[in-house]
Each structure stands twice: as C-alpha cells, then as structure tokens.
Write a protein that binds this ligand. Structure first.
Ligand SMILES: NC(=O)c1ccc[n+]([C@@H]2O[C@H](COP(=O)([O-])OP(=O)(O)OC[C@H]3O[C@@H](n4cnc5c(N)ncnc54)[C@H](O)[C@@H]3O)[C@@H](O)[C@H]2O)c1
Length: 267
C-alpha cells in the first residue's frame, strides 16, 4: 500500500542489503595474494562464494584456507591466464558453484626498465598477461552473464591507465589498454545489464610494488611526497571499492575508472 511505512521499510534497501552478496559467485584472478586477495576478502565477507585463480599454488592454498576458516565458500584453481586449457578448468570449477556473477581480473605482471632497454619481447610478455589474459578470462564468463542479463566485471588498471609512468612504459601501455577495453566493453554489454568497471590503484604495498618502493629510501620519500593522504596503500585500502563494485549498490555505474590512489592524480 502506498505510504504504508511497513511496506516502505520492506522495500527500501538498507546499507546492509545493498552490499549483500549472499548467493553470488565471484571469480578472482590473481586471487592468491595482494590486491586480488583483498578483493576475495571483501567479496567473501559480504557473502559471495569464490573461485580463486592464480599460478601460485602455495599462496592459493593459504588464502583459500583463510577464507574458508572465515566462513566463505572458496575453491581454487592453479593456472595461467595465458592458457586456454587452464581457463577451461576454471570455468568448470566455477560452474560447480553456480553461474558467475562477478569477475575480478587482478592477475597482472610488471617489468621496470629504462626505455632504451625495453624490447618488444618485454611488451609481448606484459601484453599476454595484462591484456590478452584479462580479455580471455572475461570472455570465458561473458556468455553466461549475457544469458542471465547481469553481472559485474572489475578490471585492474593502474596509475599508468591515466598518466605516464617513467621506467614502466610497456606496463603502462598494457594498463591503458585495460581501461579502453573496460569502457568499450561497458558500452557494448550495458544492454544486458552487465556493469564493467576498472579500479586503478596508486602505490600499493604488495609483492609487485612494495619491495620496489622500499628498495631505495629516496624513491620512497619522493613518491610519498606526491600522495596527499601521506601514505602508501595497503591491499585492505582496496576492499571498499571491490565490495561496492561487486554489489547492487553500483548497479547504475558502468564504464568508469576508479582511481584509488590517495589523491596522487589530484595533484
Ligand atoms: N601493487 C600496486 O601498487 C598496483 C598498482 C596499480 C595496479 N596494480 C595492479 O593490480 C593487480 C594486482 O597487483 P598486485 O599488486 O596484487 O600484484 P601481486 O604480484 O602481489 O599479485 C598479482 C597476482 O597475479 C598472479 N599472476 C600473475 N601472472 C599471472 C598469470 N599469467 N596467470 C595467473 N595468475 C597470474 C600472481 O601470481 C599474483 O598472485 C595487477 O594487475 C597490477 O598491475 C597494482
């Protein structure tokens, strides 16, 4: 009945219900550690069942155990995003949990070098994982999202998606491609109710960036001086954006690049 406060209370979403992922299935590549692990923790905490995919068996087992102990249904698949056979195993395992609602593409690699040392082989290697692999994973799950008229794809960009990154030209080239793929795919599959967004973190103290940042105190200080919030990110700083983009709270948001950079790009 219109104006009935009880009926309104039953239909008005609460913060809790907006972020509730009970019954959802999420696939997370690069889920063994770092930012992918943070995505797993965030989505799992809100009720999603998970399939983690990574080439690192030991870390996968460790993260899976942690999530299961926290009460999250979690499976893992050891594999490489460059391998069609491994992705076929991933889709099989995911199917055992149900149709996939969320795909987080966090598997990625970096190689830092002076532009004069950069070879086309460096570019090929980065491209194969960061772009081709990401596209292959997404394509593996798109048909079921289209069929079910809904889904969330969350791709990992970088500061290199939107700004220049010296000594990382090849890496930034791949991350620019990731955001172009993100917005183009969003434009194409919006008609099926599928949301495609990118998260572009600043400097996060994971295996990928932490050691490099701290290897030279002067470099660490110079980077820090450019971050308005005055600290590097931890993977936990990314959990909120994953919970948001995976949930119905973001159902009208697609084709966006979310900079989670402590304000780096604001300066
Ligand atoms: N750490 C940062 O500062 C930072 C900043 C911006 C963007 N990113 C991006 O975030 C994503 C995650 O980075 P991270 O910092 O967690 O790095 P990380 O190295 O800690 O984790 C990346 C994970 O991806 C996996 N992986 C790499 N290549 C793979 C392949 N071919 N097949 C399957 N798995 C593979 C690795 O085994 C690892 O577990 C990457 O795409 C990275 O480019 C990271």
């Amino acid at each position: 009945m219109a104006g009935d406060p009880d009926a309104d209370a039953a239909t008005t979403p609460t913060a809790e219900s907006l972020f509730d992922l009970t019954g959802a299935v999420a696939v997370i590549t690069g889920g063994a550690r770092g930012i992918g692990q943070a995505a797993a923790r965030a989505l799992g905490r809100h009720g999603a069942s998970l399939v983690l995919f990574d080439r690192l068996r030991e870390q996968l087992e460790h993260t899976t155990r942690e999530l299961c102990e926290a009460g999250t249904t979690t499976e893992f698949v050891v594999g490489d995003v460059r391998s069609a056979a491994d992705l076929a195993r991933l889709t099989d395992v995911a199917a055992s949990l149900g149709p996939v609602d969320i795909v987080v593409n966090s598997a990625g690699v970096i190689r830092r070098m002076d532009i004069q040392d950069m070879t086309l082989e460096d570019l090929d290697w980065l491209w194969d994982v960061n772009v081709r692999g990401l596209v292959a994973v997404t394509q593996a799950f798109l048909p079921q999202m289209i069929e079910r008229r809904g889904g969330k794809v969350i791709n990992l960009g970088s500061l290199g998606s939107v700004t220049g990154l010296e000594l990382r030209t090849a890496y930034a080239t791949t991350k620019g491609a990731v955001t172009q793929y993100t917005v183009s795919l969003a434009a194409e599959v919006g008609r099926y109710g599928i949301c495609v967004n990118a998260v572009a973190p600043g400097y996060v103290t994971t295996d990928m960036a932490g050691k490099w940042i701290n290897a030279e105190p002067e470099r660490a200080a110079a980077l820090l001086a450019r971050i308005p919030l005055g600290r590097f990110a931890t993977p936990a700083d990314l959990e909120g954006i994953f919970a948001f983009l995976g949930s119905r709270a973001s159902d009208y948001i697609t084709g966006q690049v979310f900079l989670v950079d402590g304000g780096w790009t604001a300066t």
